[in-house]
Write a protein that binds this ligand. Structure first.
Ligand SMILES: Cc1ncc(COP(=O)(O)O)c(C=O)c1O
Length: 506
């Protein structure tokens, strides 16, 4: 048993095998990244040998630095190959209506979106107080970009039935200071594709850039379309779409740390770059936020795309499509559950129509049965829901899901909805973000079983697979509390709770 409280730097070095054992033991605390039972955070194609290939490619280029493409042309070649593949898949490149598409490899979807916003902002230096228009179903990374870049966010509501924004609302939100209109293909939360063509048209009519966030689905929708699914136009084939982001570490099944940001032409991309020569060190030019960048994720993504090829991705998309259909059927078969939307990509999202069936309790019951789903809190007119990101590795597991779902629903009904202790509810009701004190936070966290120092690592039951993890096995009470409080208080509590978890081990 390793001492998980020890710092990372011992006085005397530890032999390699023991270090790896420590990591493997820590990894035992995690949700299972492979095996098709985790419906968020990881993207598993279930292809034998792919991990080994990606790891070998990663190791080959891990020490290469993307800071200087003249020193490491291998990385430049692989980046250009990734950008070209993404552009071609998304309606750009030779022979298309967008022959001049260019792009960059970033470290992830959030970085791509921050850069899309920065590029749009910096293309309009005359706008003193720039703004962006984003449907509320757009990824939270747009809000992060707005926050980091001091750009105002104009959210557009979504229809509670279609889960899409009304084009008229998007048009009405555009102002003279608007530098970017965003939409999703598809949205993460519900997996629905926004009316991209119509949104891009209103943006173009106003002379404003339009970014399509295809981080999640940009590597799935084109294959689904080729398989016959009715995927609406969402890429560079649509006039008015000026940039698109697509994450290779999602449905391209590359290891984490790779996304692609594409622009329709080099002129649109130009404000993305940062160059600085006004210091005595090396002249710096960065296309993306990071300066030093490991070649590892880029080489691993290159190897993954080369190895799977178009036929591989088509096969994986077919498996994903069938898994989505099977899971959606399982949900339809349970009284008291309702699909938030008919699946049109790789997401199954459902809600409860029965007040006696608490979704947060259901999520815990599914976890207890080895299915790791993602709870989504109620928001505006939208009820709380359960999100499943479906990947190809889920396909062989689908038949097991239905009976477990029915069983988990029965258990959740029997347990009944979470009843927060009245004093906790009263406290939550009276709290404001400003009124939170460290003592209140610690008390609240301890009451919820979060972080719970001094034991610290011992919240889940001693026998549980995750014994030693710093969060409880059952999260329904935490989710119920967060669900019960206003958005700003949710945010503050999340920050404080995660802050409690992030304690150095000395
Ligand atoms: C639609 C969409 N955009 C952006 C992101 C952010 O990506 P990342 O987590 O790689 O930063 C995600 C992540 O799930 C997403 O689904």
């Amino acid at each position: 048993m390793i001492d998980k409280r020890a710092g990372a730097l011992p006085v005397e070095g530890v032999p390699a095998e023991r270090v790896l054992d420590e990591i493997r033991e820590l990894r035992g605390l995690d949700r299972p990244t492979h095996g098709g039972r985790l419906f968020a955070y990881v993207y598993d194609p279930g292809v034998a040998g792919l991990d080994e290939l990606a790891h070998a490619a990663h190791a080959e280029s891990a020490h290469v630095n993307g800071l200087d493409p003249t020193a490491f042309p291998s990385l430049l070649a692989m980046e250009n190959a990734l950008v070209g593949a993404a552009a071609r898949l998304l309606g750009g490149g030779p022979g298309t209506s967008a022959p001049d598409v260019v792009g960059s490899v970033t470290g992830g979807g959030t970085e791509s979106l921050i850069l899309a916003v920065k590029t749009a902002r910096d293309a309009r230096p005359e706008v003193a107080e720039p703004r962006i228009v984003v449907p509320v179903s757009g990824h939270a990374a747009f809000a992060k970009a707005a926050h980091y870049l001091r750009v105002a966010l104009d959210p557009v509501p979504v229809d509670p039935v279609t889960l899409r924004p009304a084009v008229a609302d998007v048009a009405a939100a555009i102002r003279p200071e608007t530098v970017l209109v965003a939409c999703s293909a598809p949205s993460y939360a519900h997996g629905v594709v926004d009316p991209v063509a119509e949104i891009a048209a209103v943006a173009a009519a106003a002379g404003v850039r339009c970014h399509v966030d295809a981080c999640f689905g940009g590597w799935t929708l084109p294959w689904l379309r080729r398989l016959g699914a009715p995927v609406p136009p969402f890429d560079f084939a649509v006039d008015g779409v000026t940039s698109i982001s697509v994450d290779l570490h999602k449905y391209a099944y590359a290891p984490k740390g790779v996304s692609v940001l594409l622009h329709r032409d080099p002129g649109l991309r130009a404000p993305q770059y940062f160059a600085y020569a006004d210091w005595p060190g090396y002249t710096m030019v960065n296309p993306v936020i990071a300066s030093t960048r490991s070649g590892g994720p880029i080489a691993a993504a290159y190897a993954t795309l080369r190895h799977l090829g178009e036929d591989g991705y088509l096969r994986l998309a077919a498996l994903t499509r069938d898994a989505v259909a099977g899971l959606a059927d399982a949900v339809r078969g349970v009284d008291g559950l309702r699909l938030m939307a008919e699946p049109e990509s790789s997401v199954v999202c459902f809600t409860s129509t029965d007040p006696g069936l608490d979704l947060f309790v259901l999520v815990d019951e599914l976890t207890a049965r080895g299915w790791h789903t993602q709870p989504q809190l109620a928001y505006a007119d939208l009820p709380a829901s359960v999100h499943l990101t479906v990947t190809a590795a889920v396909a062989p597991r689908v038949a097991e899901f239905g009976p477990d779902l029915a069983d988990a629903v029965a258990a959740a009904r029997a347990a009944g909805p979470v009843q927060l202790p009245p004093e906790l509810l009263a406290l939550a009701g009276s709290l404001t973000p400003e009124a939170l004190t460290p003592e209140l936070i610690t008390g609240l966290a301890a009451g919820l079983g979060l972080g719970a120092a001094p034991a610290g690592w011992g919240n889940p039951a001693p026998g549980s697979a995750r014994a030693g993890a710093p969060v409880p096995d059952r999260m329904a009470v935490v989710n119920t509390l967060l669900d019960a409080v206003p958005v700003r208080l949710r945010e503050r509590l999340l920050v404080e709770f995660v802050g409690l978890l992030q304690n150095p081990t000395y």
